[in-house]
Structure formats: structure tokens, C-alpha cells
Design a protein around this ligand. Structure first.
Ligand code: FAD
Ligand code: SF4
Length: 450
């Protein structure tokens, strides 16, 4: 793993994600103004309450309608520094747009995400300097992980004049925003462009290829103790750990992939090719499962999502399942995998599954479903060991970092946390909302009031 201090690295060409088309392409000015003019600028607007970052949606939409795009972007970014990517990736159907009053009349809700993307992208393209940072305070903050939580926290802290140093163990920054989001919503280079803008806000440095560990032993590692000693405050934006496993016979070996690991390769690894993969079975019923199933279907693979419960019990969003079906996603419910079947050369040829009742296998109901690839999308582990290595930081029974809800401060007075490692895995907008709470509390502490 190389140790590197850099701004945003460039992505290799010829990645599979480049084959995807944007499902919600950016608006041009006329489209944005027409859509903005549909908004009723509701008093006590329900869309604001449904946004985890509480963006003043009617105000930014009105600014778009009156041609004040920079003002619209400021309204968004003051609440959500990653307003550009959230405009692309937020599940607006279950958040702001899902709460829009137009739904009550069975009419198309305002396309808030697309308007948000338009405002932020247009304003930054015209002049990236939307904000001016405050003079340096001389304080230094370390942030672990370069995902949305740390990036948002770093951006806000840097605007207040603090130096932010982000440690990221991977070669690319952005966490799942760069390496996990479905490429028909946002591609890795779009995430990187947003990171470039965040870095321009102030004194922010990302150290890529540097892993924070309990005890540093090799170059490319930095120890928990050195962060606690060398910095005035620390933010943990660890995200979640590796994909869970099925723990069934035949799982070890090629032809069985973890969902987030495969999506990461699809987005960033030019060596990934799917030639020879005609049928894939994706095990899981959540949003990661529907995402990778949809992505494989769009790449021409016969992709089937297999879930042990009923369709109503799936945690994947209904709108994502419906959109996937249009593109060829198959869904098989009430089945549980019991064995990965391989031929004499070790190649995956089928997934053995049993019917279920109440999510448990029913004896004697097994059948083999042909497959060249099995993808495991049953969840991600927690990075509990690292979190625990910070003195005073506690975890709950589900391995989530415990914080004070009002400040996002952990049991260690110098350490704050937010994002997936705290909430157990939600959306980008939740990571940003939590980072904002933490950044405010950290700033108060750094200037002597916390
Ligand atoms: C497949 C998938 C699709 C998703 N799609 C959407 C979507 O469409 N819309 C949406 O809003 N949300 C989506 N999400 C959820 C969203 O991506 C996450 O909620 C969000 O990225 C969480 O941000 P984070 O900063 O907490 O964690 P992450 O994005 O996971 O970032 C954590 C970072 O910390 C780094 N790190 C961890 N340990 C160390 C260490 N010891 N040293 C250094 N670095 C470390 C990791 O490498 C990583 O880069 C999706 C999630 C997945 C898995
Ligand atoms: S609820 Fe819909 S119509 Fe009302 S302010 Fe929000 S986006 Fe506009």
C-alpha cells in the first residue's frame, strides 16, 4: 500500500462503470426553471421536515426560479456541504420528494434532487469560491476515513480555520460515495470532483493509502495513540467493514463475491471483466442487493435477487426494486442458499437453495438454480476493533460507536464520530447530517467553549 499525500488522484480508464448512463441526467437552465416554477413554496413545508439535513427546500427552489443559482447553492450547502452528490444519490422518493404535497393529489412530486444537483453544480462551475474560510486557528483535527462523514466534517472545520488531516486506507477517497454508489446515479469521477471542491474550502489534506491501526507496525500505518497525541481533536468516520459471508459449503473460492467488494471493482478496477458470466444470483433483500443486481442486469447478466423472506419483508426500497425490474432484474423470494455447487474444475455452476417458511429452510425442498456467479449482499461487518482502540470510545451491542446525540462526541472527550459507524448504515445525507452536528461541537471545543 503506497503512502501518498495528494489532492484527488485520477481514476484509471476503461472501468465497467463508464458503460452506465445517468438515470437522472442533469437539468439544463430551462428545465430547472420550469420544474422550479411548479413548486408551491408551501408554508411549513413537509419536504424540509423529511430532509435529514433540513435544507430549506422551498427557498432554494424559489431562488432557482428567480435566476439566483448561487443563492440556491448557498441555501443547500449551508445545511449539506455534499449537496451535489446528495442531489444525485439521495433516495428522495422516501425523503423530501416522498413528503411533497403533490403526492397527496397523486401528481408527480417536485424533482427536488435534480433541482438540488442543478443549483450546486451550476454555481460551483461558475465560481467554486462560494465560501471564504476564516483565518487559521492553529488547531489540527485528524479524521479517520475519507467517506462522506469525514469529508463533510473536514469541510466545515476547515471553513472555521482549523487544519483537517484525513487518513484514508484506500487508494481513492470518498468512501462508498466513490466506490459504492450505483453508477447510474453517480460515477466515481463525479464523487472525486466534489471532493476536489471540498478540499478547496480550506486547509484540508487527505493522506490516501494510510490506515489507522491500534498499533502502527509498517509504513502506511498510523497508530491511534499518535492521532490522539498529535491532534487537537479526532473524528471517526470509519463506515462499515467487509461484506458478511453466507457460511455455506462451496462458498470459498472464485465465483463467489461480496457485494460491496464487487461494486468497488466495477467502479474502480479496470481489470474487472464479466465475460463468461451469464447468470448471477445475488443473495440478500436490502438496497445493496438490489443495487448490484440492477447493475449486473444493466451489464447484460441474467441477474436474480434471492431473498429468504417475502418481498414485503425486503428492506430494499420499493422504487429501487420497481426500477430494477424494468431493466431485467429478477426477484425470487422465500428461498435460502444451502450450498454453492461447483463442477470438477471448481467453477461455480449453481446455487443450491431451499424453500423457506418464516425465513427458515424447509427440509426436502432443495433445488439447484444455475449460476456462474454468486454475490453475497447480506450485510457488512463492523470495524469494532479500531473503534475500541480509542480509549474511552464505547460500542453498543450492535457494534455501533456510541455518541452523545446532541454533539456526536464519544466517551473520549477528544473524539467525535458520525456516519455509518454510528448509525449502522443509512444514507449519505445521514452521514452529512451527523458530521455537521459533530463539526459544530468540535469547533466549540477547539475555540475553547466545548
Ligand atoms: C452498495 C451501496 C450503495 C449505496 N447507495 C446509496 C445511495 O444510492 N444513496 C445514499 O444516500 N446512500 C447510499 N449508500 C450508503 C452510503 O454510501 C453510506 O451511508 C455513506 O457512504 C456513509 O458514509 P461514511 O463516511 O460513514 O462511510 P464510508 O462511505 O464507508 O467511508 C468510510 C471510509 O473510512 C475508511 N476507513 C475505514 N477504516 C479505516 C482505517 N482504519 N484507516 C483509514 N481509513 C479507514 C474506509 O476505507 C472508507 O473510505 C450505499 C451504500 C452501499 C454499501
Ligand atoms: S412540499 Fe413540494 S410543493 Fe411544497 S415546498 Fe416542498 S417541494 Fe415545493
Amino acid at each position: 500500500m503506497s503512502t501518498e499525500t495528494a489532492r484527488v488522484p485520477s481514476l484509471p480508464g476503461d472501468r465497467l462503470e463508464q458503460r452506465f448512463h445517468d438515470k437522472k441526467p442533469p437539468y439544463d437552465e430551462a428545465e430547472a426553471i420550469a420544474e422550479a416554477n411548479r413548486c408551491l413554496y408551501c408554508v411549513d413545508a413537509p419536504c424540509i421536515k423529511a430532509c435529514p439535513t433540513e435544507i430549506d427546500i422551498p427557498t432554494f427552489i424559489r431562488k432557482i426560479a428567480t435566476g439566483n443559482v448561487k443563492g440556491a447553492a448557498r441555501t443547500i450547502l449551508s445545511q449539506n456541504l455534499l449537496g451535489k452528490s446528495c442531489g444525485q444519490v439521495c433516495p428522495v422518493e422516501v425523503l423530501c420528494a416522498g413528503a411533497c404535497v403533490y403526492n397527496d393529489w397523486e401528481r408527480e412530486p417536485i424533482r427536488i434532487g435534480r433541482l438540488q444537483r442543478y443549483a450546486v453544480e451550476t454555481a460551483i462551475a461558475a465560481n467554486p469560491q462560494i465560501y471564504t474560510k476564516k483565518p487559521s486557528t492553529g488547531k489540527r483535527v485528524a479524521l479517520v476515513g475519507a467517506g462522506p462523514a469525514s469529508l463533510a466534517a473536514a469541510g466545515w472545520l476547515a471553513l472555521e480555520g482549523h487544519k483537517a488531516v484525513i487518513f484514508e486506507r484506500k487508494a481513492l477517497p470518498g468512501g462508498l460515495n466513490t466506490l459504492g454508489i450505483a453508477p447510474y446515479k453517480m460515477k466515481a469521477d463525479e464523487s472525486m470532483a466534489e471532493i476536489e471542491w471540498v478540499l478547496s474550502l480550506g486547509d484540508i489534506e487527505i493522506r490516501q493509502g494510510v490506515e489507522v491501526v491500534s498499533e502502527a507496525k509498517t509504513p502506511g500505518q498510523v497508530s491511534v495513540a499518535s492521532l490522539c497525541d498529535d491532534y487537537d481533536a479526532v473524528f471517526l468516520g470509519l463506515g462499515l467493514g467487509p461484506d458478511s459471508r453466507l457460511a455455506i459449503e462451496g462458498e470459498e473460492g472464485s465465483g463467489v463475491e461480496g457485494a460491496t467488494a464487487l461494486i468497488e471493482r466495477l467502479k474502480a478496477d479496470p481489470t474487472l471483466r464479466l465475460e463468461g458470466i451469464r447468470r448471477a444470483i445475488i443473495v440478500g433483500g436490502g438496497n445493496t442487493a438490489i443495487d448490484i443486481t440492477h447493475e449486473l442486469a444493466l451489464l447484460g447478466v441474467h441477474a436474480t435477487m434471492l431473498y429468504r423472506g417475502t418481498e414485503a419483508e425486503m428492506s430494499a426500497y420499493d422504487h429501487e426494486i420497481a426500477a430494477g425490474r424494468i431493466d431485467g432484474v429478477n426477484v425470487v423470494c422465500s428461498r435460502i442458499p444451502t450450498k454453492v455447487v461447483r463442477d470438477e474444475n471448481g467453477r461455480v455452476i449453481a446455487l443450491r437453495v431451499a424453500r423457506t417458511e418464516n425465513k427458515r429452510a424447509v427440509a426436502g425442498t432443495e433445488e439447484d438454480l444455475p449460476a456462474d456467479l454468486v454475490v453475497v449482499a447480506t450485510g457488512q461487518s463492523r470495524l469494532t476493533d479500531l473503534a475500541r482502540a480509542f480509549p474511552g470510545v464505547e460500542l453498543d451491542a450492535r457494534g455501533r460507536v456510541k455518541v452523545d446525540a446532541a454533539s456526536h462526541r464519544t466517551g473520549n472527550p477528544k473524539v467525535w464520530s458520525g456516519g455509518d459507524c454510528v448509525n449502522g448504515g443509512k444514507e449519505v445525507v445521514n452521514a452529512v447530517a451527523e458530521a455537521r452536528v459533530a463539526a459544530r461541537s468540535m469547533h466549540a471545543f477547539l475555540v475553547g467553549g466545548g
